[in-house]
Design a protein around this ligand. Structure first.
Ligand code: NAI
Length: 282
């Protein structure tokens, strides 16, 4: 029987989430996705109208099927946490059950359990602000969200399953411009990857890993504002002088979720053309 994957953070065909979904689908997994509530309508419409058909093509020529799209806003753990103005907001009131807890319950009701959980969310409210000028609220929100999401969602991952999230080298090296507490959030995410690997490994034999990805021109990355500079920097300085394709991250994700990686857990794997290994620019 094929595995079932839930990928949180797919709202178009440009990001890592989409590429990971494709690689997992190509390997035979059933695909469920969690889409940010305000982006849900346009994503579903575009999908239905065939706007993504070209990028849905899998290596065998078939089109990736998404079994179900769940609305999700990972800022909110449970319904009680949602402020009134959000509840009544036009972009939210059309959907329901989109807090992390409710979404997990819906998936459980629909499918029982999942084998693979992917966290590919990006949203730093103050990302363009230097850390010195970042409000405590802005950075705290972001840090808490990442970890809690993994923790609560892991509870319905199948015994022997695996979980994966996306991180960035700004967690361990200085990347000017990656602000708003996002660097701290990624550091926390990597630390949680290790601790959760221990806890979930002991308890359910679930593996927990992260991919530290190189720069990709995704929607979220464009919002940060320096993505073209980062891509040029990598092209000039990385051991492999080629643009990184989202599929290369997708394929690593499929490997990590597969039995080929059965002894890998608590790991942060670089998929960045080797840029992390450089000490200075050339
Ligand atoms: P993306 O824009 O394709 O994906 C981010 C997704 O998160 C979007 O679909 C967005 O709608 C969703 N999202 C934002 N706030 C949300 C919320 N509150 N609840 C639910 N969904 C929400 O961008 P990308 O770049 O593919 O990001 C995926 C992951 O990859 C992120 O964790 C990012 O930090 C990481 N990454 C990206 C790099 C890049 O250069 N693009 C480099 C290294 C890591």
């Amino acid at each position: 029987k094929g595995k079932r994957a839930f990928i949180a953070g797919v709202a178009d065909d440009n990001g890592y989430g989409w590429a990971i979904a494709k690689s997992l689908a190509a390997a035979g997994a059933e695909i469920l996705v969690g889409t940010w509530v305000p982006a849900l309508n346009i994503f579903e419409t575009s999908l239905r109208r065939g706007k993504f058909d070209e990028s849905r093509v899998l290596p065998d020529g078939s089109l990736m099927e998404i079994t179900k799209i769940y609305p999700l806003d990972a800022i909110y753990d449970k319904l009680e946490d949602v402020p009134e103005d959000v509840k009544s907001n036009k972009r939210y009131s059309g959907s329901s059950k989109w807090t992390v807890q409710e979404c997990a319950e819906s998936v459980k009701q629909d499918f029982g359990s999942i084998d693979i959980l992917v966290h590919s969310l990006a949203n730093g409210p103050e990302v363009s602000k230097p850390l010195l000028e970042t409000s405590r609220n802005g950075s705290k929100k972001y840090i808490g969200r990442k970890s809690k999401f993994q923790g609560s969602k892991l509870s319905f991952t199948h015994v022997g399953g695996s979980s994966l999230s996306l991180t960035y080298i700004a967690s361990e090296r200085i990347i000017p411009g990656y602000g708003g507490g996002m660097s701290s959030a990624k550091a926390a995410l990597e630390s949680d990857t290790r601790v959760l690997a221990f806890e979930a490994g002991r308890k359910h034999r679930i593996r927990v890993n992260a991919i530290s990805a190189g720069p990709l021109r995704s929607r979220a990355a464009k919002a940060i504002g320096f993505i073209d500079t980062m891509i040029e920097y990598s092209l000039a300085n990385a051991p492999l002088q080629k643009e990184l394709s989202a599929d290369e991250v997708g394929n690593t994700a499929a490997f990590l979720a597969s039995p080929l990686a059965s002894a890998i857990t608590g790991a942060v794997i670089y998929v960045d053309n080797g840029l992390n290994a450089m000490g200075v620019g050339v």
